[in-house]
Design a protein around this ligand. Structure first.
Ligand code: 2NF
Length: 250
């Protein structure tokens, strides 16, 4: 009912991020010129344009992977073997880890992940504007909204491209460190290519001072171990890996 309120909020989720276009462009320049200068030849204006064209003037609940294909084609980036780091419920920690281990990559250390991290975006059929009032909420409105489809597609590609040893940082301070319904459990694990990835290495990290709720010997990690081994990929697991853990103190 409140959709018809005076605020004209059509959807239950937060609206597009103010200055989305400017932020996307600035992040693109920052990344391609300073963070990974080997990508300095990428055309940030074109990337911004392709990003916008993916969702503008479209029904925000009818996103498809194809909508993002021109953008992905433009950006193409490969992560070196042994350098991929997945995470689930451990965003800060995983990012601190790849900041220190400079050459490691989470999805947000790749150009498109870097541009889109923490941003919100949606448009509306029949309008050239972005909707800054509201965007579809992935649970309350629709799962095929442009933000969810974007992250699922990016996560899928990121996993498909991994090779050698892949790592995942999981949260041992919650009851299910591995969650089949998370992006990691739903998308990434199933898109690792056994011809390229020989080992998935999991780090289960407990918050300092918090009671550990899950560990390598818990049932959720066993679940993960089973899925990974079924896929002919070796699985190793470490509780509280020190070089990740020390970061919690800094
Ligand atoms: O926002 C990101 N940077 C992002 C979003 C979704 C997925 C990154 N990812 C990639 C990362 F590379 C990680 O390897 O997937 C992995 C993390 O996703 P997760 O779902 O396993 O981990 P959570 O901590 O549960 O979620 C991460 C963020 O994504 C949101 C969630 O609210 C949290 O902010 N999220 C998860 N699923 C959806 C969805 N279907 C979602 N947001 C929208 N639609």
């Amino acid at each position: 009912m409140w959709r018809h309120s005076s605020e004209h909020k059509k959807w239950n989720g937060t609206g597009s991020t103010a200055h989305f276009q400017e932020i996307a462009l600035e992040r693109c320049y920052n990344y391609t010129q300073l963070v990974q200068p080997e990508l300095r030849d990428r055309d940030c204006q074109k990337i911004r344009e392709a990003f916008r064209n993916a969702f503008i003037s479209k029904d925000p609940c009818s996103a498809t992977e194809e909508d993002y294909h021109p953008l992905l084609k433009l950006v193409k980036q490969t992560v070196p073997c042994d350098k991929t780091v997945f995470w689930s419920k451990t965003k800060e920690l995983a990012h601190q880890y790849t900041k220190v281990q400079r050459e490691m990559f989470t999805l947000e250390d790749t150009l498109l992940g870097y541009i889109a991290d923490d941003l919100r975006w949606c448009g509306d059929a029949g309008s050239y504007e972005m909707n800054y009032q509201s965007c579809p909420h992935w649970k309350k409105d629709c799962s095929n909204n442009f933000v969810s489809v974007f992250w699922d597609l990016l996560s899928k590609r990121f996993a498909e491209n991994a090779c050698g040893v892949a790592q995942v940082v999981l949260n041992g301070s919650i009851s299910n460190a591995f969650d089949r319904k998370s992006t990691f459990g739903r998308v990434e694990v199933h898109n690792l290519n056994p011809m390229k990835v020989h080992t998935l290495q999991a780090w289960v990290i407990h918050d300092l001072g918090k009671f550990p709720s899950d560990s390598c010997s818990g049932s959720s990690i066993n679940d993960l171990r089973w899925i990974v081994m079924q896929r002919n990929i070796k699985f190793t697991c470490h509780d509280n890996y020190s070089s990740v853990k020390f970061l919690q103190c800094v």
